[in-house]
Write a protein that binds this ligand. Structure first.
Ligand code: SF4
Length: 253
């Protein structure tokens, strides 16, 4: 990392000497050059279009698998889904949402009791803190309504971009970004759409190449494909309709 930084600095200083441009001009030039560098060779627009078309063929109308009746329930279910399967979350929320019916019920719940109620989803102490904190903020700062902007959602305890994107996209139909969960991370790499490893950077790469009107559906499609076909340990490549476009190292055909 350090080496790369030194190299970049040397190169920038050489360029500066040659062109005798101002510091501000150099900065602008550098930013433009960085933006033009492709992050992955798999992001050729024609290839990306073909991937999107094949995903549309396989998953024309998929949606979020977390059972919910409103944006608030989806928020709670998404917090619970960290490191847990959607099936297990759905089992837990079936009784949870019958017991706690409103944001107020969650906000002022007994923490020890809530911990036990959500225990099967794992990491129940942290999840309880997030649920109590987010619910309190919704009740006390947002009049009991789940906010509809990324900026506001990110002020809720325990809510990061992934959860915010799920809520905005699925509950409100607002395409504010792409949900990057474990499936989207793995498939973005295998399909060579991003070579980043951090969720934030992967999302930036995806946003750059996927048209905004596809962001919501694309997230759901990758998640379903990751669950059903492109599974982590043993991808079922023989059954995959993206196979002809895929050159992942761990392909099984
Ligand atoms: S061909 Fe295999 S590795 Fe590539 S996307 Fe399909 S299932 Fe995943």
């Amino acid at each position: 990392m350090k080496k790369q930084k030194t190299k970049t600095t040397k190169a920038a200083s050489k360029t500066a000497k040659k062109s005798k441009s101002t510091g501000a001009a150099r900065k602008t030039k550098g930013t433009a050059a960085r933006a033009a560098v492709p992050r992955s060779s798999g992001t050729n627009p024609q290839r990306v279009r073909a991937i999107l078309q094949k995903l549309d063929e396989a998953y024309p109308d998929v949606n979020c698998a977390l059972v919910h009746e409103n944006a608030f329930q989806l928020l709670i279910a998404t917090i619970l889904s960290a490191q847990c399967t959607d099936e297990r979350v759905n089992k837990v929320t079936k009784t949870l949402f019958a017991k706690y019916r409103t944001p107020q019920d969650f906000a002022y719940a007994n923490p020890a009791e809530l911990e036990q109620d959500i225990r099967p989803t794992g990491f129940f102490r942290n999840k309880t803190k997030s649920i109590l904190g987010a619910s309190k903020k919704i009740v006390e700062a947002f009049g009991g309504e789940v906010p509809r902007t990324m900026e506001q959602l990110l002020t809720l305890p325990g809510v990061a971009r992934k959860t915010a994107n799920v809520v905005l996209g699925t509950a409100f139909g607002i395409a504010s970004g792409v949900v990057v969960d474990t499936h989207v991370t793995r498939l973005s790499e295998r399909l060579d759409i991003s070579r980043e490893t951090e969720a934030k950077k992967i999302e930036q790469d995806l946003i750059r190449v996927i048209p905004q009107n596809k962001w919501i559906l694309f997230s759901h499609q990758l998640i379903w494909h990751g669950r059903k076909v492109c599974q982590a340990r043993k991808p079922r490549c023989a059954e995959c309709n993206l196979e002809s476009l895929c050159y992942a190292k761990d392909k099984t055909v």
